[in-house]
Structure formats: structure tokens, C-alpha cells
Design a protein around this ligand. Structure first.
Ligand SMILES: [Ca+2]
Length: 519
């Protein structure tokens, strides 16, 4: 039987920062020791459900301002909990973002910073701590974490993504077909969520990782009996307003609606089980909208996430938090609420005071990184509440959208208009090469980050300050310049596979051993 032990000094540390009820909870945890006592007390521990959308932009649900996309269940969750208006991911890329959330580390600290790299066995993820402490720990939907992490879960119900997420066909780009192995709701990644909740061990507190595949591409037509009208969609100024683009957006909205339906089923099941009060429901997305200049970019449309947390015992309904939080802060927050101090591997900061309604800054800035994702790139970003600094290390390369977005109707339209010489400059940044090495944006004046002010004398002080923050972060987190570039796995114009594409993709270690990359 595992016996938690929390040093007295750590308990003191927690008490100085936490509200009374947390202090009481931790007090009881700090004092218990035996297996019998643990069995009794674990029943009082909070449950956690993380619901993770796949490729959903921060502002494409009703609760975050998009009144055209139909998300009644997420809006209800928001009305019962807290919306985080300044929540950021550390990467706008699927598996690196997930690895970062679970390890509480920046992607380059996980050994899984490129798309499809599995999390190495040496990494610690917070669910394993919960499982050791007696939690029922389970995952359903998209996995994308690698084989070594499976043992930290009591149960994994993985959705089949072989047709489009991790194409299993061996060899190097033998074809450009992405055969689908499922259709309809089976492709949502959400169909086992409620089953997991029903099949959990009722004697144990639980942690569920419910990972959707929606609204990830490719899209099927007619998945909804009430499809979103293309004329209703809200387009950012950097996408062309054409029929094809609007239809592409409408299908994306339909997948968000399907995800929302499954979120509603989970919330309903929690009510039926009378478990809603003691269960913290955490909703967020792993990266931004699967469109050019969004997914994989370090703009807010790539790294900002619609974080909603509902926890009736503590969080005031319909509250909004305006403080900066990073995805790496979730791990230490959840561990603190379960009564465990986060160990030294976790580099984020617990934000439990924000859940209690305190308006105190947890951090001054958030950091994000872009590494190879279908295409080689290497960029970093620092964002405070108002400004964002981006440094593009491979400024000679264009910011090509990820392969799924590069095959989209939206990108085809952008290519068509560009060939005709009618694509406006504001919609052309994905094609620009070389591009600026440094970018600076005033998010207050320019929320779409279209006007690079890095060269303006009026903003020199801000640039100097954020450059310094960036350099300190690189030193602090040991970010190192790779000695070799990673080969592109798809053609930058056609989106078709290149000979460098090998499936399943090799791990970082294997790629180093094979001389594909150098550490
Ligand atoms: Ca994703």
C-alpha cells in the first residue's frame, strides 16, 4: 500500500497561500499515514475530469464570444464555473501540448517536443501520482501520448485514429491517401466518455482524461441535423471571405457542436451519479483552430485556450479570471488540490488562489514554443497581458500551415487567389519567406497580431524587456539550439508526403540514433 508523505515544511508552505478549506484538506492529508486511514480519507478527495478538445480556437465557443457556433453545454459549464480569459498553451501542436500539460513542463523539457514524439518513460506525469495515491485514473478518446505512459492509467479506451491522426501505413510517403477507418460519432473520440464514468471504481476518487478528436480535420459533411449556415460563420481578417472558406468553417463549427453534445452527456452523467459537487471539471483545447496562421502558430489563435473550470464547492458560478495562466500550471494545481506538493520536475505554478476568486497575479508572462510539426520550424514566444514577442529562428522558411490545414479548402483558396495576384497582404503571411526574425504585437490594439511593431522606436523598451524575459527563460529551462534541422514530412505546396515521412513516427531517441537529427 502506498503511503503518501508530505514533509512538515511543505505543509507550512501550502498553508501560507491557501484558503481555509484547502488548509483543512491538506492538514488532514499531511497527518494521515496508514492504509486504513487512507482508505477512509480518499473518499473525501476531489475528483477531476479533464475534457480536452482537439484543435479548437479559444474564441470559437459561445462562452468566449462566438455567438454563431452552437455550444449550449459548454456555455452552461461556463455559467456554473470560471472562464479563464488569459489561459495559454505552451505549444500549438497536438502531442507536444498534451505532453506539456501532463508533465507540467515546457515541450523542450519533455523529450516530446515534436509532433508524434512519444513521451519518454523517464518523464513524470501527474496522473501517475494520483494513481499511486489511490485514484481511479482513466483515459478515453485520443491518446497520442506514447506507449510508456499507458501504465500510469488504470484504463485506456483509445479511439482508432489510424486513418488520419497517426497513419499506420509503413514506408516513406508511399501514397497520399488518408483512409478513414470510422465515420460519424465514432470519429469524435467522445463515445466512450460516459461509459468510463459509469465503469469507474465507485470506491475511489477519480481522474478522467477525456480527449476528443473533434474538431480536428478531416471533416465529414452532414454530421449534424442542424448544420451551421456558411453565411453565419465569423471570419478573421487573415482568411479570404469566399464560399469555399465559409463552408470549411461551417464544417469546423459542426464538429464543435458535436463535441459540445458529448460534454453535455458527461455533465448529465455526473448529475445522475450525484458526483457533480465534488468533481472539478476542466475544459480546454490542445491547440488552436486547424486553419492557416492558426494551428501551430504562436499567435493567440494558436496558443490561447478556452479554459473553463467548474468546481461547485469552491468556484463562484459565472466568474471570469483575467490573470495569466499557462497549461503547465494545471499539473501543480491539480496535485495541490489532491494534497500533493508538485515535485521539482513540475515547472508551472499552482493557481488555486484564482479558483477561490482572488485576483492576484500567478505569473507575469507565459511562454510558448513551435517545433517541427509536419514542416520544420523553430520559434518561441513570450506573452504578457498586453504584448507578445516572437522570435523565428528559421526565418528563411515560410510559416507553412500544418499539413491538414495545408490540404484544406481554405488554404486552397488562399493559393488560388495568390496565383491570381488578388490575395491581400494581410492574408499572405503564410507564404512569406524570408519572414521577420522578430515580431512584436500590441494585443490590446491589434488582437489578430497583424501589425508587427518590433521595429518601431516607440516600442523599443517593450522589445528590450521581452527579449530579456525570453533569454532568461531559455537559460532557466535549458532550451538549446538543435545542431540539425528536421526534414519536412510533407510538401509545402501540395501537402503530399515526402520520403522523410515514416509511420509510426520514430521517437526523438530513435531519430538521434539514426542520425536524422542531432541533440
Ligand atoms: Ca490538436
Amino acid at each position: 500500500m502506498f503511503t503518501p508523505s508530505i514533509p512538515v515544511s511543505v505543509c507550512h508552505l501550502f498553508f501560507s497561500h491557501s484558503a481555509l478549506h484547502l488548509a483543512l484538506l491538506l492538514s488532514s492529508l499531511c497527518s494521515y499515514a496508514t492504509g486504513e486511514q487512507q482508505g477512509r480519507r480518499t473518499k473525501d478527495l476531489p475528483n477531476f475530469i479533464v475534457i480536452l478538445a482537439d484543435d479548437l480556437a479559444w474564441n470559437d465557443i459561445g462562452a468566449f464570444g462566438n455567438t454563431k457556433v452552437h455550444t449550449p453545454n459548454l456555455d452552461q459549464l461556463a455559467s456554473q464555473g470560471m472562464c479563464f480569459d488569459q489561459a495559454f498553451l505552451t505549444s500549438s501542436s497536438c502531442s507536444p501540448s498534451r505532453a506539456s500539460i501532463l508533465t507540467g513542463r515546457y515541450p523542450h523539457q519533455t523529450g516530446a517536443e515534436q509532433l508524434h514524439w512519444p513521451i519518454p518513460e523517464s518523464q513524470k506525469i501527474f496522473p501517475e501520482r494520483l494513481k499511486l495515491a489511490g485514484y481511479f485514473v482513466a483515459a478515453a478518446g485520443k491518446w497520442h501520448l506514447g506507449e510508456a505512459m499507458r501504465k500510469h492509467f488504470s484504463m485506456v479506451r483509445e479511439v482508432d485514429t489510424s486513418g488520419f491522426q497517426l497513419p499506420a501505413n509503413p514506408g516513406a510517403g508511399a501514397n497520399d491517401k488518408f483512409a478513414e477507418s470510422s465515420t460519424g460519432d465514432d470519429r469524435s473520440g467522445c463515445t466512450e466518455w460516459v461509459n468510463l464514468l459509469r465503469e469507474r471504481d465507485p470506491q475511489k476518487p477519480f481522474f478522467l482524461w477525456l480527449a476528443a478528436v473533434d474538431p480536428h480535420r478531416p471533416y465529414e459533411d452532414r454530421i449534424s441535423t442542424q448544420p451551421h449556415p456558411p453565411e453565419d460563420v465569423l471570419l478573421p481578417p487573415y482568411h479570404p471571405d469566399t464560399d469555399l472558406v465559409r463552408r470549411d468553417y461551417a464544417r469546423y463549427y459542426d464538429e464543435i457542436r458535436r463535441l459540445d453534445r458529448f460534454v453535455g452527456l458527461v455533465l448529465n452523467e455526473l448529475e445522475l451519479q450525484k458526483a457533480a459537487d465534488n468533481t472539478m471539471v476542466i475544459f480546454l483545447s490542445d491547440n488552436g483552430r486547424p486553419f492557416p496562421r492558426d494551428k501551430t502558430s504562436l499567435y493567440d489563435s494558436g496558443i490561447r485556450t478556452p479554459l473553463i473550470i467548474r468546481w461547485p464547492t469552491t468556484i463562484k458560478p459565472a466568474s471570469r479570471c483575467h490573470q495569466l495562466v499557462s497549461a503547465i500550471d494545471l499539473a501543480p494545481t491539480i496535485l495541490a488540490l489532491a494534497g500533493f506538493p508538485a515535485g521539482p520536475s513540475y515547472v508551472g505554478k499552482s493557481f488555486t488562489p484564482l479558483l477561490e476568486g482572488k485576483d492576484t497575479a500567478i505569473r507575469d508572462a507565459v511562454f510558448a514554443e513551435k517545433n517541427s510539426h509536419d514542416y520544420e520550424d523553430r520559434s518561441h514566444a513570450v506573452r504578457d497581458k498586453r504584448f507578445k514577442y516572437i522570435v523565428n529562428h528559421y526565418a528563411d522558411l515560410p510559416a507553412t500551415p500544418p499539413a491538414d490545414a495545408a490540404r484544406s479548402d481554405t488554404f486552397k483558396e488562399m493559393q488560388r487567389l495568390r496565383a491570381a495576384g488578388t490575395l491581400p497582404e494581410v492574408q499572405s503571411s503564410c507564404f512569406l519567406a524570408p519572414r521577420p526574425r522578430e515580431e512584436l504585437y500590441d494585443l490590446k490594439a491589434d488582437p489578430h497580431e497583424l501589425r508587427n511593431i518590433a521595429g518601431l522606436p516607440a516600442h523599443e523598451d517593450t522589445l528590450t524587456r521581452l527579449r530579456a524575459e525570453y533569454r532568461q527563460w531559455r537559460v532557466r529551462t535549458q532550451e538549446k539550439t538543435p545542431r540539425l534541422r528536421t526534414p519536412d514530412e510533407f510538401d509545402r505546396v501540395t501537402g503530399k508526403p515526402t520520403p522523410a515521412r515514416i509511420r509510426p513516427r520514430w521517437s526523438k531517441q530513435k531519430m538521434i540514433e539514426e542520425g536524422i537529427i542531432l541533440p
